[in-house]
Design a binder for this molecule. Structure first.
Ligand SMILES: Cc1cc2nc3c(=O)[nH]c(=O)nc-3n(C[C@H](O)[C@H](O)[C@H](O)COP(=O)(O)O)c2cc1C
Length: 292
């Protein structure tokens, strides 16, 4: 146990108590001090204390990937993950340009949780998806391997995050869950059965009834663990932060608003998507609508 007291980690907001058996009136202040005393276990603390401790096997895997350019080969095959059949909805060609200048977009971006009931047209929907989650025009050429890139950065170029959309009020789309397919710029229906969208988020601060759509970010461990080992989760969460912020900016540039949401109901959403919750996890969400 690290001697945090001597290291000066405590601050004036921390309530100390040695009575760690009194759990009936515990709150995060109590829990925090018990974690610091080593009386209580925190998986988050374990994770932070071990962060970036790299083992020999991590170096072996990372070097193996870098030297063999395996990520580019995986990248080239990724197109085969997409389903193209009569159910696939190929989205309209996205707008070539987004007009507002970048500083205006950054100034305008803000979170909003209340929306007006207004249908989102297909072209705007397609443009939001393309610039937030889609492929960019830039290609990386390594001899006879051609790797694609996206509008966001990705640890090792492995793209371990998949995007699911719940369409609530988008022109021409049945309400329900779809998977975004970046190579064909299409969406594929996953579950169009009636479901209680109010159960997606915890509490009632998000106006799900009037949103246009929401986004579920899925991380699949197998997509980057084989390279990064225990560093994979950190990489993926950082990557999702980047993607989600990209989405916020694109929505703002098209006069829509968004709200990143950590208060989501993981098990409920994974159930509707038929994800196993073992290898495949919903780890973050976002929502888009016309601000009220
Ligand atoms: C990681 C993260 C998690 C968030 N989770 C929630 C949430 O669960 N519910 C919510 O209403 N807003 C959530 N937000 C939005 C923040 O409340 C919002 O970004 C913050 O108040 C700053 O306001 P602004 O985005 O308008 O600048 C989250 C934002 C981030 C970056």
């Amino acid at each position: 146990m690290i001697d945090y007291e001597k290291k000066g980690f405590y601050n004036s907001h921390t309530l100390f108590t040695n009575d760690f058996s009194n759990i009936s009136n515990s709150n995060n202040k109590h829990i925090y001090s018990q974690i610091m005393f080593g009386n209580m276990h925190s998986p988050m603390m374990d994770y932070l204390l071990n962060l970036n401790r790299q083992n020999l096997n991590d170096f072996k895997s990372i070097l193996f990937f870098n030297e063999t350019n395996l990520a580019s080969q995986i990248n080239e095959a990724k197109i085969a993950e997409e389903i193209l059949n009569s159910e696939t909805i190929i989205l309209k060609k996205a707008a070539k340009k987004i007009k507002p200048n970048f500083s205006t977009v950054v100034e305008n971006r803000h979170s909003s949780r209340n929306f007006v009931k207004e249908e989102l047209d297909q072209l705007t929907f397609s443009t939001i998806l393309k610039y937030s989650f889609g492929l960019s025009n830039r290609k990386l050429i390594y001899g006879d391997i051609v790797a694609t890139t996206r509008h966001y950065s990705s640890g090792g170029g492995l793209y371990p995050v998949d995007i699911y959309i719940y369409s609530n009020n988008v022109s021409g789309l049945t309400k329900g869950l779809y998977k975004y397919q970046p190579y064909s710029h299409s969406i594929y229906p996953i579950n169009l059965e009636d479901m209680n969208e109010n159960a997606f988020f915890i509490g009632d601060s998000i106006d799900v009834g009037n949103m246009n759509f929401c986004v579920f970010f899925e991380y699949s461990i197998n997509k980057n663990y084989i390279k990064y080992g225990e560093l994979s989760l950190l990489n993926s969460l950082v990557e999702i932060g980047g993607i989600s912020h990209n989405f916020d900016l694109v929505c703002a540039s098209l006069n829509y608003t968004s709200c990143p949401i950590a208060g989501f109901n993981k098990i409920e959403i994974e159930k509707h998507l038929s994800l196993d919750g073992v290898n495949d996890h919903i780890v973050f969400t976002n929502v888009c609508g016309k601000e009220y």
